[in-house]
Design a protein around this ligand. Sequence first.
Ligand code: SF4
Ligand code: SF4
Length: 157
Amino acid sequence: MSRDPIDRAGLAPRYWERKRLDEMTRAEWEALCDGCGKCCLNKLEDADTGEVVLTRVACRLFDDTTCRCGQYEIRHQFVPECIVLTPETIPDHLYWLPATCAYRLLYEGRPLYDWHPLISGDPTSVHEAGVSVRDRTVPEFAVDEDDWEDHVIEEPR
Ligand code: SF4
Ligand code: SF4
């Protein structure tokens, strides 16, 4: 088992089943992230229909090997547009949040999947389940934005 890049130590068992999202501590909230990396992929939105599709073109700070943000704590210095997900802002982002995102699942009153690290106890289980984008992305500095549509993918889930 590899080291978990998210600190999930000392959290109460199954706290996400007993607390509302807006009752969680910062540590509990951060630990909900399964590390899939899908929210760090660039999306394309159809201006007419509003339909959002995923590309495999990752944010410039995304580390494809660890499947994590390379500068999470200071990311806004480099990517000011990176969103800050909170219980209050989830509704604004539901139209693009990945179908398996833990924040989305809990907001919609659904359970976490068995491969979620909080349940499996193993941070690699999200990758082994084939749900993450580890080793599947291309960096945005390598692809002209006009060509992103050539890199549209189905969400791995
Ligand atoms: S999509 Fe959700 S669960 Fe996956 S990395 Fe992003 S915030 Fe975490
Ligand atoms: S700044 Fe970091 S957290 Fe935000 S989209 Fe880029 S890689 Fe992901």
